[in-house]
Design a protein around this ligand. Sequence first.
Ligand SMILES: C[C@H](O)[C@H](O)[C@H]1CNC2=NC(N)=NC(=O)C2=N1
Length: 101
Amino acid sequence: MAPEPLSAQQTEDALAELPGWSVAEGALAREYSFHGHLPAAAMVIHVAAIQEELGHHSDQLLSYNKLGITVNTHSVGGRITELDVALARRIEEIAAGHGVR
Ligand SMILES: C[C@H](O)[C@H](O)[C@H]1CNC2=NC(N)=NC(=O)C2=N1
């Protein structure tokens, strides 16, 4: 069954629990900074593994020491759903372990 898009209030409540995340162009978004390229690249792979586990996938934009992550739910026309929030929470859980600055 397709997930329901979150209301504006539900999105705001979710963001309150996700410091550093915002809504950008209709997606949940966050940029992480690292101490170099390899830690940033390692984070990409770790996020990819979580995404395969959840069956839900963000767009990850890797640059030298930064990783931009945006996620919305394609199956409901690119709206934000609980699936996006769940992925963002999981990403937050691993970020410190990757030496995010
Ligand atoms: C079949 C598979 O579970 C779906 O195509 C999943 C894959 N990953 C996905 N990721 C995102 N962000 N939105 C989706 O609707 C989506 N659908």
